[in-house]
Design a protein around this ligand. Structure first.
Ligand code: FAD
Ligand code: EPU
Length: 338
């Protein structure tokens, strides 16, 4: 246990705040023992992975637990598929690259998403037509109040768009220790996302030369072209979720804003592009001191260096208000505000 630790290197927004106490847990056994001896249900604590979906708004007057559980092992395998159990502290993108190298397919569209494997079920990470719920079979999690180990099936995780029980009904109750993924040995390419098709063409890839690696390279190229690299500009990816509205509201808005992008959902309603709404309210590229809205992607708030979490939160509040006033749509933050 360390005291008074600067968290700047532990969050991709690069916000400088201090944690009163900091502990890194590196094995399942050590974690079970810790939670058995130190039940945390009434304590102020924060479980930290790669810190890429957080906005730290003040010094943390409690215990930060850094999940550092490593390891990748095969649980089951046949000619068509393989099930891998991956430690929560493994870096997500390294796991994607490792899978591609071994000839497994299913997560190549999720290349270059920052953060660790343990947080991937939290908000059901997704990009370019794939969500991690499509490949998760089981989540292993340790109760923070008893140290008991629980297993959650895919169904029990109640995955939804940028959501799971770990972010809703079971929030702050479990320390995810590992995640199981079922990947395919027979590539099942998903190139439904228009931008991927265009990028593959630019890379000279056609149906015959398509591989999981080619899709991963295309996704990486698209992401690098619009998302800021956290090692250069502090950010946490999309700050808000894409909002879902009713058909009635969609029809009204579409009359007024004819070029508004929208996706009809199978369960009803329409998903709007928050980036477009924010751009149309004039915030894209907005800069105030050393923070603002990314020039190439209005959904991403950025810290150019030295901004406080409260300044960025306040900016997000103003953006929310403008979008509400212009479109009557309420944005919801994707990033966890601490
Ligand atoms: P952290 O930020 O450390 O934690 C996030 C939340 O999960 C916190 O509430 C934390 O307490 C909790 N948590 C973390 N680990 C555990 C654990 N082991 N047990 C219990 N609780 C835990 N997300 C997408 O879905 N799609 C994208 O395309 C995408 N692109 C991004 C691009 C950039 C440039 C950035 C900076 C972020 C992007 N994100 C994206 C968001 C982020 O990368 C993901 O949400 C990622 O899964 C967060 O992982 P992390 O380890 O950094 O989590
Ligand atoms: N758009 C604008 N202006 C902008 C940004 C976007 O008009 O400044 C429009 C685009 O033209 C497009 C639409 O919005 O019509 C969607 O844009 P994009 O394809 O860039 O995706 P997004 O909706 O902004 C979502 C996810 C990303 C994910 C990408 C790719 C959310 C909240 N964000 O972004 O996830 O990588 O799709 O699938 O769902 C994250 O969650 O942190 C994240 C980066």
């Amino acid at each position: 246990m360390k005291q008074n630790i600067n968290l700047k290197e532990f969050n991709t927004f690069g916000i400088e705040v201090f944690a009163k106490e900091f502990l890194a847990l590196s094995s399942k056994e050590e974690s079970i023992e810790f939670f058995k001896n130190n039940p945390l249900e009434n304590e102020n604590f924060l479980i930290l992975g790669g810190g890429s979906n957080l906005l730290l708004t003040e010094d943390f007057d409690g215990l930060v637990i850094h999940n550092n559980l490593k390891g990748i092992e095969i649980c089951e395998e046949d000619d068509n598929s393989v099930t891998l159990k991956v430690g929560a502290g493994e870096n997500w993108h390294n796991f994607v690259l490792h899978s591609i190298e071994l000839g497994y397919s299913g997560i190549e569209n999720l290349s270059l998403i920052p953060g660790n494997v343990g947080a991937s079920p939290m908000q059901n990470i997704g990009a370019y037509g794939v969500e991690v719920k499509d490949v998760i079979t089981k989540v292993e999690a340790i109760s923070i109040s008893t140290g008991d180990v629980f297993y959650f099936s895919n169904k029990e995780c109640e995955f939804d768009y940028r959501s799971s029980i770990f972010k809703t009904s079971h929030k702050n109750q479990y320390f995810i220790s590992s995640v199981e993924f079922k990947l395919s040995k027979q590539p099942n390419f998903n190139v439904s996302y228009g931008a991927i098709k265009t990028q593959l063409e630019e890379h000279g890839i056609d149906e015959n030369s398509l591989t999981t690696k080619a899709i991963s390279d295309a996704v990486i190229a698209i992401r690098k072209s619009k998302l800021p690299d956290p090692s250069e500009i502090g950010n946490s990816g999309s700050f808000f979720k894409n909002p879902v509205i009713s058909e009635v509201q969609f029809e009204q808005l579409k009359k007024k804003f004819k070029d508004m992008p929208a996706y009809q959902l199978p369960q009803g309603g329409y998903k709007l592009a928050a980036g477009w709404l924010i751009e149309k309210t004039g915030w894209k590229g907005y800069t105030e001191g050393n923070y603002g809205v990314h020039k190439k992607q209005a959904l991403v708030l950025v810290n150019y260096g030295g901004a406080s979490g409260l300044e960025i939160y306040d900016l997000s509040e103003r953006i929310l208000l403008s979008v509400q006033q212009k479109f009557g749509v309420t944005l919801e933050r994707e990033v966890n505000i601490i």
